[in-house]
Design a protein around this ligand. Structure first.
Ligand SMILES: [Zn+2]
Length: 396
């Protein structure tokens, strides 16, 4: 399922291949975020053209709207949105903790009122698994509690322990549904929920928590690893903590997250942060930055971000980034895209989104090539230094 192909000698970076029911994912991999069953502004055909190998679907959003009955009616999320590649669904936990109102967390699960119409709902580890089975993603996530930053040590400790107990309950559901050894994984039987939309087994990832406390991160990683998941995610990072604390949290968890399974750093990050995470042994990433920043006119480049709303680009005939092979850069100038953004034309937002997604996906492709060549660490150091220096100069 997870085949390690190359290691970097100077760092913990690795190049691997993850096989899922809907196809192969080359890692390190970036997963565009399809929040509400759509990567904002981009069609599945365009995602394929961008060489996206996997996308992320947000369980909470899809559960609230359109709701599971609609998605089941259409035969699962792949059919509903017409994406036939791999999908990872999150557990819904992160959005419950960041968006929903009136949350009540108990050992059983979380009771909340959704942010759309205030309707009450309850999600337990078992229900999170049931919802994700109905969505039919190729990779599903255990329900966890993502604590905010900053967080008291005692709360972070209790929360991480509860997350482990929840992970155990998720694993129990998965084991009951997907019983059988790896040789029979492709012949998954329809489950009692009548939601077997995939022909192969869903992979289940556990999530490490522990806030910014290194000992808690270590304990959480050990406890989650003992439950034997198909992959290991590091959650509760990039929630407002300083970058050094984020790096330390990942460094504390990594040695205890089994090296023969994929590791997923959740909700990250800037281009330099992704390369730093790869150097720390992480394989998979998801982040809303490329799509979210596109909406305010910000484009990613090798030398930092450009805000195309700025007046300096009004007469600029160059593409967003020289030598970029994306459709936006091959066909349009900075000056034209700036005009579209200023005039609030949808095309402007779409062009920057396409460029930004291409940038992130291509950065992972470059990282994979550099790991294979044995030159990843030089590449990372040069990229990070150049990106940060040039961006700082631009801000001044
Ligand atoms: Zn481009």
């Amino acid at each position: 399922m997870f085949e390690l192909l190359a290691y970097d000698r100077e760092s913990k970076a690795r190049r691997a291949r993850l096989t899922t029911a809907h196809g192969i994912i080359d890692t390190p991999a970036f997963m565009p975020v399809g929040t509400q069953g759509s990567v904002k502004g981009v069609s599945p055909r365009e995602l394929r053209e961008l060489d996206a190998q996997i996308i992320l679907g947000n369980t909470y959003h899809l559960f609230v709207r359109p709701g599971l009955d609609v998605i089941k009616h259409f035969g699962g999320l792949h059919n509903f949105m017409n994406w036939d590649g791999p999908i990872l669904t999150d557990s819904g936990g992160y959005q419950i903790f960041s968006l929903a109102k009136l949350r009540k967390i108990t050992e059983d699960g979380v009771e909340f009122q959704n942010h759309i119409d205030g309707a009450r709902a309850f999600i337990s580890p078992e229900i999170a698994m049931e919802i994700q089975a109905a969505l039919g993603g190729d990779i599903v996530m255990a329900l966890d509690e993502c604590v905010p930053y900053p967080c008291e040590y005692d709360y972070a400790a209790q929360s991480a322990e509860m997350t482990t107990r929840w992970a155990k309950r998720c694993k129990a559901v998965a084991s009951a549904v997907f019983s059988g050894e790896s040789s029979t994984r492709s012949s998954r039987a329809p489950d009692a929920l009548g939601t077997a939309h995939t022909t192969a087994r869903q992979l289940l990832f556990g999530i490490v928590q522990g806030s910014t406390f290194e000992d808690l991160r270590k304990q959480s990683a050990q406890a989650i690893a003992e439950l034997d998941f198909d992959g290991y995610a590091i959650g509760g990072v990039s929630v407002g903590e300083p970058e050094e604390e984020m790096m330390r949290a990942v460094e504390a968890a990594e040695p205890f997250s089994p090296g023969d399974k994929p590791r997923y750093a959740m909700g990250l990050g800037t281009p330099p942060q992704l390369l730093e995470m790869i150097a720390r042994g992480m394989d998979m990433f998801d982040c809303v930055l490329p799509t979210r920043l596109a909406r305010n006119g910000t484009a990613f480049t090798d030398t930092g971000t450009l805000n195309l709303k700025n007046a300096e680009f009004a007469l600029d005939k160059r593409p967003i980034e020289e030598n970029c092979t994306c459709d936006a850069c091959r066909e349009f100038s900075r000056g034209y895209i700036r005009h579209l953004i200023k005039a609030e034309e949808i095309l402007g937002l779409r062009l920057i989104t396409l460029h930004n997604l291409h940038f992130y996906l291509n950065l992972m492709n470059r990282a994979r090539i550099e790991i294979e060549r044995g030159t990843f660490d030089q590449f990372r150091k040069a990229f990070v230094a150049d990106y940060k220096t040039r961006e700082a100069m631009r801000v001044e």
